[in-house]
Design a protein around this ligand. Structure first.
Ligand SMILES: C[S@@+](CC[C@H](N)C(=O)[O-])C[C@H]1O[C@@H](n2cnc3c(N)ncnc32)[C@H](O)[C@@H]1O
Length: 258
C-alpha cells in the first residue's frame, strides 16, 4: 500500500497552471474582506495609543504568489492613506511583511512588493518573512494588523493518530472509507483545534495591545454531512481521486482541514 503526505505549495511562476493565473476564486474571497480591513484601519489610525510612535506593521500570513499575495496589504495601505488624507492626519510609516512557507515562490512576490513601495508616499517599507504560521514569525508586540485569506485550513501536518494507525484520509475501498469516516473526521477536527489554538497563542504574543486580526478561511457548516471526503469540496475530491488512481496510490494523507 503506497501512501503520500501532500505539501501545500502553490504552483510557482506566471505560466498557465501557476497559482498567479488560477486564483480568481480566492481573490473574490479576498475582496469580501475589503470593508472589514478598511474599518479596522480606521480604528487603528484613530487609536493613537496603539499606533505610537506613528508606525504600523501589517502582515499577510500564507500570501502565496501572484496578484493575491499583495491584495490584502494593498487594501490596508490604501485605507491608511485615505483615512489620513481625509482627517489631515500625518500618515504612519508602514511596514508590510508577507509570509508563506519557505518553498513558496517569493521571486514574483518580491518584484510586486517593489511596486507597492513606489506607488505609495509617505514611507512604506516591505519585506518577506518565510516560515510556518504555526511558529513565531515576528518579534513580541510588534504587529498592528494580521491578515490572512484562504490559508488557515492548512494544518501543520496530517493528523498523527491517523498516520500511526495507518488510517488514510482517503481509502479506495468505499466500505472502509465509510466505516472510518467518524474517526477521520474527529482526527482532523482535533488537529485543527490544536493548530488553531497554537496559531492564536503565537499571534497574541506578536500583536501590539489593541492590534487586529482579519482572517478568512474555507469551511463548512458542521451540520452538513460531507460526502466522499469529509474535508474537501467535491470538486477537489474528484480531482484528487483521478490523480490518485493515475499514479497508483490507493491511500493518501492530507494536511487540509475543512
Ligand atoms: C490557497 S493559498 C492562499 C494564498 C492567498 N492568501 C490567497 O488568498 O489567494 C494558501 C497558502 O497558504 C500557505 N501555507 C500553508 N500552510 C502554511 C503555513 N503553515 N505557514 C505559512 N503559509 C502556509 C501555502 O503555501 C499557500 O501559499
Amino acid at each position: 500500500m503506497a501512501s503520500k503526505q501532500t505539501a501545500p505549495i502553490m504552483n510557482q511562476g506566471q505560466g498557465e497552471t501557476s497559482y498567479a493565473h488560477n486564483s480568481s476564486i480566492q481573490n473574490a474571497e479576498q475582496n469580501k474582506m475589503k470593508s472589514l480591513i478598511e474599518a479596522v484601519v480606521v480604528e487603528l489610525c484613530s487609536n493613537t495609543g496603539t499606533l505610537q510612535p506613528g508606525k504600523m506593521v501589517i502582515v499577510d500570513l500564507g500570501c502565496s504568489t501572484g496578484p493575491n499575495a499583495l491584495a490584502l496589504v494593498s487594501i490596508a495601505v490604501e485605507a491608511i492613506h485615505a483615512h489620513c488624507l481625509q482627517f489631515q492626519q500625518p500618515s504612519p510609516e508602514v511596514s508590510v511583511l508577507l509570509n508563506d512557507l519557505p518553498e513558496n515562490d517569493f521571486n514574483t512576490v518580491v518584484k510586486s512588493l517593489v511596486t507597492l513601495r513606489q506607488s505609495n508616499d509617505p514611507v512604506v517599507v516591505t519585506g518577506i518573512t518565510p516560515g510556518s504560521f504555526y511558529e513565531r514569525l515576528f518579534t513580541s508586540e510588534s504587529v498592528h494588523l494580521v491578515c490572512s485569506s484562504n490559508s488557515l485550513h492548512w494544518l501543520s501536518k496530517a493528523p498523527e493518530d491517523l498516520k500511526t494507525n495507518l488510517i488514510p484520509a482517503y481509502d479506495i475501498d468505499e466500505h472502509s472509507r465509510h466505516e472510518r469516516l467518524p474517526i477521520v473526521l474527529e482526527a482532523y477536527a482535533k488537529q485543527y483545534r490544536k493548530d488553531f489554538t497554537l496559531f492564536l497563542k503565537l499571534r497574541a504574543k506578536e500583536l501590539v495591545s489593541g492590534g487586529r486580526m482579519i482572517i478568512s478561511l474555507l469551511g463548512r457548516r458542521s451540520d452538513i454531512i460531507a460526502t466522499k471526503f469529509p474535508f474537501l469540496p467535491e470538486i477537489v475530491a474528484q480531482i484528487l481521486c483521478v490523480m490518485v488512481s493515475e499514479v497508483h496510490f490507493n491511500t493518501f494523507f492530507s494536511s487540509m482541514h475543512l
